[in-house]
Design a protein around this ligand. Sequence first.
Ligand code: COA
Length: 194
Amino acid sequence: MLPIHRFSMVQPQLYWPGITSNMHSTVSWRPMSGKDVSAVMLIADEIHPGLPERASVFAERVDLFPEGCLVLATGDDVYGYIISHPIQRRCPPALDTLLAEIPRAADQYYIHDLAILPSCQGHGFAADGIKKVLGVARSYRSTCLISVYGTFSFWRRFGFERGTDDAGMSAKLDGYGKDATYLERHNVTEGASC
Ligand SMILES: CC(C)(COP(=O)(O)OP(=O)(O)OC[C@H]1O[C@@H](n2cnc3c(N)ncnc32)[C@H](O)[C@@H]1OP(=O)(O)O)[C@@H](O)C(=O)NCCC(=O)NCCS
């Protein structure tokens, strides 16, 4: 196995080995820390070569909303990540943008990014991670995301449907590539404050 270690000097484009079946039992989601950002960046650069974001974008989101930022890991070895946080409804940030703060008027939860290395795909890890962040999202009436790479049918499994795509939203989606689609789900929760 050659995972993405937070101190690794491995060049990610060279080789992504698989992990053995018994190792899958040791891999799980845990909170992301600032120390994980370099490993997360290696995965992001590999999975999203056409949608680059600076390390400072990841680091800022961990600082601003740590409960929404997770890594799929065993110890310091990182295999995937999720970045999520509250936003003002229908105002997802443009790609590679610093937020400065979580808006006080935030009234919607947003899943910014989910990526899992090929060696760990197909084992239910994404479903586990999405359930965790949807648990964090429960105090908001809805959760949204921008689906890329034709993943609408994947997100639909978790209750997401196409949201209204007006001119403002279309302009925002442009930065995420031609197949980008704005999706929303109603959070099944009682007593949502927003
Ligand atoms: C999409 C991605 C996160 C899925 O991760 P994963 O760990 O393989 O997903 P899971 O194993 O939890 O799959 C859950 C279910 O979704 C299905 N699924 C997985 N990827 C899918 C896809 N691209 N389209 C449709 N269904 C998909 C699985 O078959 C599984 O179905 P099952 O429960 O009936 O067996 C992963 O493939 C990935 O990181 N892709 C590249 C980045 C990406 O596309 N991110 C999302 C962009 S918005």
